[in-house]
Ligand binder design. Structure first.
Ligand code: PFF
Length: 473
């Protein structure tokens, strides 16, 4: 690696002040709408328990090893993912095509941002609704009406989408290391504390036993290959993996920080937040007779019911949605960091110019997601999916796992073993070998197996049965 270049890159974007700043930034990226909004609703749609178990397995067996790989790549190259991958491919004397990992990741991040901003806009809108007391003593049907009215109101959705996009552009323009580190340090623990308050509420007033049973009763009869794919995709989405966000943050990680310990901490915190959010939400869902499979509105209907009927709920509710918005904010900036860092490194843009361009593009494309919830809700040209559903499926369930698979293969098979070991020097030889086994074999094969089985399930099994029927007459 060219030391001069590495040194100047370090100055270009800044470096985290220590291991904990990296942990907070990476946790800030990982903990977001994925944990509080998406995890409960996809667990609900996919039958609960068995899905949750597969998700946890994916985090442990695929997520953690791939995250270590991403941080390692970023820190070794000290560049944005696009340049990092082409430098590292050259160093490993591998094909330049490995650079596609960087490009694919940048594209995935951009596409996720387009819908992430719209959903985060819902959380922003809910701060005002909470504040104005719209949910005080409201019945579940009233809350559900309020939510549906918001979805039907394009202008409001666009306004909140714009506010959120501006917030993202603002922070990225100022540079990732300034401001955000401080915000994340104070606000993330606060979010967690508030989730614990909600957990307490749902244990007192919700149907806690049923909620617990739903999330942790492993009924495999409900599991399909499609739900396994969703669990796998979500493991990547929730840990911000497979698209270079963590690689980009790894590039700002101090050289002496212990990568594996750090990664395990981040994955643990992220999983904890998702499980606590699930346990705060489902008991309320069951007590209020809301369908667990209610879809994207689950959080936005169940929790306001709880807040509306609890002492001090107005204030707690407001604070809660402020914190959800902040969690989304600290994630959205990491969605664009790979592409913005690359644009700046290319020498053609400064940070402000780069993020402005990306922000405008993502804002425009976000309008498609806005319309998916009203005018275009019945427009499903993408394999029977709305624009939003399709983007979500394409990014989380295809692009991120594929990116993760390629990252694992690159680190496991292409990069010199000694180079990888040098970056994670703190681990014992045995730990290193276990990790290498995972990135070489287990993670890629598991992702590939899910893709193959799904393809089989969706396309080929039908043909096969037809063929068999024809042969057997
Ligand atoms: N991990 C974020 C969440 O769970 O909300 C979403 C996300 C952020 C995905 C950044 C990917 C990413 F690069």
């Amino acid at each position: 690696m060219d030391q001069m270049t590495a040194g100047s890159r370090r100055q270009m974007h800044g470096i985290w002040s220590g291991r904990w700043t990296f942990i907070l930034a990476a946790t800030g990226s990982a903990v977001g709408l994925g944990n509080i909004w998406k995890f409960p609703y996809i667990a609900g749609e996919n039958g609960g328990g068995a899905f949750v178990l597969v998700y946890l397995l994916c985090i442990a067996v695929i997520g953690v090893p791939v995250m270590i790989a991403e941080v390692l790549l970023g820190r070794r190259a000290r560049k944005s993912p696009i340049y990092a991958m082409s430098d590292l491919a050259r160093e490993a004397k591998a094909s330049r095509l490995w650079g596609l990992i960087g490009w694919g990741g940048a594209l995935a991040g951009f596409l996720i941002l387009t819908f992430y901003s719209v959903i985060a806009g819902w959380a922003l809108a809910y701060i005002g609704k909470m504040w104005q007391g719209e949910f005080v003593h409201a019945a579940p049907e009233t809350v559900s009406n309020i939510f549906n009215t918001l979805l039907a109101d394009k202008v409001a959705l666009i306004q909140w989408h714009s506010v959120f996009m501006l917030m993202t552009v603002g922070v990225v323009a100022a540079g990732v290391t300034k401001g955000l580190g401080v915000a994340v340090r104070i606000l993330m623990p606060l979010l967690f504390a508030l989730l614990l308050v909600l957990l307490w509420y749902s244990s007192q007033y919700g149907d806690f036993a049923r909620g617990f049973h739903f999330l942790f009763n492993f009924d495999f009869s409900k599991l399909t290959w499609n739900s396994v794919l969703i669990a796998l995709g979500h493991a990547f989405f929730t840990l911000s993996l497979g698209m270079g966000a963590i690689m980009a943050y790894g590039a700002y990680m101090p050289s002496r920080a212990d990568i594996s310990k750090t990664v395990i901490t981040v994955a643990f915190l992220d999983t904890l937040v998702a499980l606590v959010a699930g346990m705060a939400i489902f008991p309320i869902v069951f007590a209020a007779s809301i369908e667990p499979s209610a879809g994207p509105g689950l959080l936005f209907v169940s929790l306001p019911v709880a807040f509306g009927n609890m002492d001090g709920g107005l204030m707690f509710g407001c604070v809660f949605f402020v914190l959800v918005s902040i969690a989304a904010w600290s994630s959205s900036i990491s969605l664009v960091e790979p592409v913005v860092a690359w644009m700046v490194e290319s020498g053609r843009f400064n940070r402000v110019g780069a993020i402005s361009l990306v922000g405008v593009g993502a804002w425009i494309m976000g309008l498609g997601t806005v319309l998916s919830f009203n005018d275009w809700s019945n427009f499903k040209p993408f394999f029977g999916m709305t624009f939003f559903d399709f983007l979500d499926f394409l990014t989380a369930n295809i692009m991120l796992p594929l990116g993760g698979l390629l990252i694992a293969v690159f680190v496991g098979w292409k990069m010199a073993r000694a180079d990888a070991h040098k970056e994670i020097a703190e681990t014992s030889d045995l730990q290193f070998d276990i990790w290498l086994l995972m990135v070489r074999w287990i993670s890629p094969l598991a992702v590939a197996a899910v893709f193959v089985f799904l393809l089989w399930d969706k396309l080929l099994s039908g043909w096969w049965q037809l063929l068999l029927a024809a042969i057997l007459g």
